[in-house]
Every structure is written in structure tokens, then in C-alpha cells.
Write a protein that binds this ligand. Structure first.
Ligand SMILES: Cc1ncc(COP(=O)(O)O)c(C=O)c1O
Length: 445
């Protein structure tokens, strides 16, 4: 007797199919050939930036010092390691540029996510009422895809070279009419993923000021979540003094989410959130407990040790590496693709370039994509069935722009290229193939 299927929640039903990007990446991963195919799509950090020796030293010290690092291999509490929270506050205060001091942080609470910043972003969706989330377009597609599956709506506002456009934001919010009351929170990635556009201080101030006005208008606090995942990776020395959102926040509506993934190691899975100590934060702490009791305590203590002893050297080293890569890759992009490109953002922070081509389409049905995936059907381009030529993976802009935003058309001519994971030689090879793909498309249109 055939039974009916297991009953799924609406989120369960929405999650049967993985997101378009995951599907694309998975289809490449199946037969990815190491040292042959080139992955400019993944958001992985560069392996060379991960301080294995420091981590080993930190682990040893944590385990040898149970007075300070108590019961590090036992369960942790949902509020997070006291050592780590202290190290994080100290780390923030030590940065001379961000405008933070003891006084500004005195009444702020830090919580540590169960599994990186991602788990805190997830927590927001459980603790906050469902409704509209405002973000910048192009969007952080991983989180926005999740937000939509779990029942939020996205209002994606285009950005310019300083970040989210406040003029358009105001217009779009006004045009919501009564639905304005459905706005629940802002989610703003301060070095945006995918564009790597840095939210300038001026724009931070304007954004928080507008969110404050909106909060007054709606008679409730609208939290501004600043996702600072890449803010430790500002490697262009002409950019300095990026200020914490708290500097502009008289009504305590700003919450900052950070991660040690990019500056230490994603494998430690340490992400944190800091903001006013209130019911919202209490709910977030309970959520940490509900999904895993705490982040692995030993990792929290290792992270604490690392921040106390090696933060400056480690961040300096990581950024020197990415700066070098960003400069080289930019030269190749200019030399080889300059004629084809309309604009190119990134290269100052994080590890993505976001390219906009003048005419060449990049989406997964385009000839350009097919050329680089070696699925044109032409063996001169694809190679033989047994030995396809090297494939180049990137994230097409169609996945990075919101489907009901203003960038849908331009998104068809955009792509995100990561210079994080692959080494420079491979990236150079890949850019040459991208140029070949452009030439091919030009000759076939
Ligand atoms: C904007 C943004 N936020 C958060 C994360 C995830 O951070 P974590 O590794 O701490 O979960 C990423 C990872 O790439 C990211 O790009």
C-alpha cells in the first residue's frame, strides 16, 4: 500500500530544491578536475591565509591552561565564551579608526552564534516577525534566497559606489504605501557580497538616520543589521576610518554581525552579533541554545587566544595577500577584458570583482557561459567528451540581482569573480579564457 508523502512545512517544501547557485555549483563539483578546471565562483578564503601554526599554538595553550579556558572541551553556554566576548570587545576598541571606545560599547551585549555568522542570520528569521527585509541590490544571494524560502519578502535597493542608494530607498519605501508597516529589518552587507562595494561612512550615517526616521514614523524600532563579514579585509590603504554603525545610532537600532571566517578560518565557525541588550538579543541567545547549545567551546577559546595574541599580525598578512592578488587581477582584467567591460567594482576589500560587460551576456543560457562550461556542442571549443578543455566557474549576475528589483536586465551582463580561492596563475589562465569566450561571443552574434 502506497502511503502519502511525509508532510513538510512550507519552508521544507521550499527547500526540496537547492538554490539555483547551489545547483550550478553542485553540477560543476561532480566532475571538477583539480589543477585543471578553475573555480572563480566559490566564496572560499585562500588556504594560504589560514594560520595553521597559530591555531595549533592556540589550541595547545587553551588545553594547557584550564584555569583561564575552563572546560574547553565540554558543552558551552548559549551566551558564548566569556573569554571570547572580552577579546572581541578589546579587538573592536583597539581599532583606532572605527570610532568605538569603552563607553560606546559599555552597554552593548555580544553573542556568539552556534555556527558562524550564518547561524545568527538564520536566528534573525526565527526571532523577528515575518515581513519585508530591506537590502542592497546586488544582493547577498545566499541569505536572500533563504529569507524568501522561510517567508520574508525582500525589498532590494540598487547601490552606487558608496553603497545602498538612500534616495531610491526612500522612494521605494514610500511606494509601499500601507505595506510600509510590514518592514521588519534592514540587512546591509558593509562590504557587499557580490559587488565588494564598501558602504561609506557618509552612507552609513544616512542609512541609519533614515532607519531612525522610519522607526519613529512606524512607532517601533526597525533594526539595522550590518553584516560586516568582509570589513576585516579592507586591503586598499586609501580606505581608512570605516566607522561602526554605533557611532551614528542614538536610538540603539544598529546591530553588527561579524565573523572570524575571513580573517582566521571559516572552519572555526565563529560569528558574533553585538548590539543593545534587549528582548531581541535574549531571543537570539535562546536560538543559539535551541540549534546547538553553543558554538564549539574549544573553538571559541582558540579564537579568543588568537585575537589576544596574533590579531594584528594575522590581519596584516591576510590583507597583504589579498591586496597583491587584487592588484594583479585588476591589471589582467583591464588588459584582457578592458574593451568588453562597462564597469568593474571591487578590489579594495574582500575578494570579489563584480564585472558588468557592455554587451556580453553571462547568464547560464548564454553562449559565454556555455563556452566557459564547455557545453557549446562544438568540440573545437569544448574539447572531446573524454577530455573537455578547462572549465571556468563564476557566479552569473542573474543570481546576484534580485528578481523583482531594478537590476534584472543589467544582471544578465554581470558576473562575480572571486580571486580568493584560486592561485594567481590559475586566475590569469581563467581571465585569458574569459577573453576567448568574449571574442567567441562577438564573432557569433
Ligand atoms: C556577507 C556574508 N555574510 C556572512 C557570511 C558567512 O559567515 P560565516 O562563515 O561566519 O558563517 C559570508 C560568507 O561568505 C558572507 O559573504
Amino acid at each position: 500500500m502506497a502511503l502519502n508523502d511525509i508532510q513538510l512545512s512550507s519552508y521544507g517544501k521550499m527547500s526540496i530544491q537547492s538554490s539555483p547557485v547551489s545547483r550550478m555549483m553542485a553540477s560543476f563539483a561532480v566532475d571538477f578536475r583539480d589543477n585543471y578546471d578553475i573555480n572563480l565562483g566559490v566564496g572560499y578564503v585562500n588556504e594560504k591565509t589560514i594560520p595553521r601554526d597559530f591555531i595549533q599554538e592556540a589550541q595547545e595553550n587553551v588545553l594547557l591552561n584550564p584555569q583561564k579556558y575552563r572546560a574547553a572541551l565540554n558543552y558551552g553556554g548559549p551566551k558564548g565564551s566569556v573569554n571570547l566576548k572580552k577579546s572581541l570587545k578589546q579587538f573592536m576598541i583597539q581599532n583606532p579608526d572605527n570610532g568605538l571606545d569603552e563607553e560606546l560599547l559599555a552597554d552593548k551585549e555580544i553573542i556568539i552564534g552556534a555556527n558562524g555568522a550564518t547561524s545568527l542570520l538564520e536566528g534573525l528569521t526565527q526571532i523577528l516577525r515575518k515581513g519585508i527585509v530591506i537590502t542592497a541590490d546586488p544582493i547577498y544571494y545566499i541569505y536572500c534566497n533563504f529569507l524568501e524560502r522561510i517567508g520574508f519578502q525582500i525589498l532590494a535597493i540598487p547601490e552606487d559606489e558608496q553603497g545602498i542608494r538612500i534616495d531610491i530607498l526612500k522612494e521605494k519605501v514610500e511606494s509601499l504605501g500601507n505595506r510600509k508597516h510590514e518592514i521588519i529589518f534592514f540587512d546591509i552587507v558593509t562590504v557587499n557580497n557580490p559587488s565588494c562595494i564598501i558602504l561609506s561612512n557618509e552612507r552609513r550615517r544616512e542609512l541609519i538616520s533614515y532607519a531612525t526616521e522610519l522607526s519613529i514614523d512606524l512607532d517601533r524600532k526597525i533594526p539595522v543589521i550590518l553584516d560586516k563579514a568582509y570589513e576585516g579585509l579592507v586591503h586598499d590603504s586609501s580606505i581608512s576610518g570605516l566607522q561602526s554603525g554605533f557611532v551614528y545610532d542614538p536610538m540603539n537600532i544598529v546591530y553588527e554581525i561579524g565573523t572570524l571566517s575571513k580573517i582566521l578560518a571559516p572552519g572555526l565557525r565563529i560569528g558574533y552579533m553585538i548590539g543593545e541588550n534587549n528582548d531581541f538579543l535574549k531571543g537570539m541567545i535562546q536560538r543559539v541554545s535551541d540549534v546547538g547549545f553553543s558554538a564549539a567551546l574549544v573553538n571559541q577559546e582558540i579564537a579568543s587566544y588568537m585575537l589576544d595574541h596574533h590579531a594584528a599580525a594575522q590581519i596584516g598578512k591576510v590583507n597583504a595577500g589579498y591586496k597583491d592578488k587584487a592588484t594583479q587581477v585588476k591589471n589582467w582584467l583591464n588588459q584582457l577584458l578592458g574593451n568588453y567591460l562597462e564597469t568593474n567594482t571591487g578590489g579594495q576589500a574582500g575578494f570579489y570583482y563584480y564585472l558588468t560587460f557592455k554587451t556580453i551576456e553571462t547568464h547560464d543560457q548564454s553562449l559565454f557561459f556555455k563556452y566557459l562550461a564547455r557545453i557549446t556542442g562544438n568540440p573545437d571549443i569544448d574539447g572531446s567528451e573524454d577530455k573537455k578543455f578547462p572549465r571556468i566557474i563564476y557566479i552569473p549576475g542573474t543570481y546576484c540581482v534580485h528578481k523583482s528589483g531594478e537590476l534584472v536586465e543589467i544582471g544578465k551582463r554581470q558576473l562575480r569573480l572571486s580571486y580568493g580561492f584560486e592561485d594567481l596563475n590559475s586566475i590569469h589562465t581563467a581571465v585569458k579564457y574569459i577573453k576567448d569566450a568574449c571574442d567567441y561571443v562577438e564573432n557569433h552574434s
